[in-house]
Design a protein around this ligand. Structure first.
Ligand code: 5GP
Ligand code: ZN
Length: 112
């Protein structure tokens, strides 16, 4: 399967990693939308949030544990945002589940 984030997990495409364990990888987004912009992904290929099931959802809890830890380490005590775009209407450009951890500036609500 031709998947950009699976290639990053394998190390075939370089990335600036900030956290890694058996099931999760976190790395800096190549086109940051905030002073802190980290992508957190499962090592298992899951296409999007629409493909989370009882069989694979444990990794999502683990991703949020990593997000909390990374936000603390990045000093985002004023707040941060976690986003996952799901499908074309939401602007998902990479079809491997990923969570954007964004911080270091104020965010508007509702999102665009
Ligand atoms: P999406 O638009 O699917 O929600 O988010 C995909 C994200 O992946 C974008 O923010 C984009 O900047 C990031 N991205 C795309 N290609 C690469 C890459 O090769 N390396 C890294 N680190 N980020 C990437
Ligand atoms: Zn993948």
């Amino acid at each position: 399967m031709d998947c950009l984030f699976c290639s990053i997990i394998k190390g075939d495409i370089p990335s600036k990693k900030v956290y890694e364990d058996d099931s999760v990888l976190a790395f800096y987004d190549i086109n940051p939308q905030a002073p802190v912009h980290i992508l957190i992904i499962p090592k298992e290929h899951i296409t999007s949030a629409a493909d989370i099931t009882a069989a694979n959802s444990a990794v999502v809890a683990h991703i949020f544990e990593a997000a909390s830890k990374l936000a603390g380490e990045a000093g985002l005590s004023d707040g941060f945002r976690i986003v996952t775009n799901c499908g074309d209407s939401a602007g998902q450009s990479v079809k491997h589940l990923h969570f954007h951890l964004l911080g270091g500036r104020d965010f508007t609500w509702p999102p665009g």
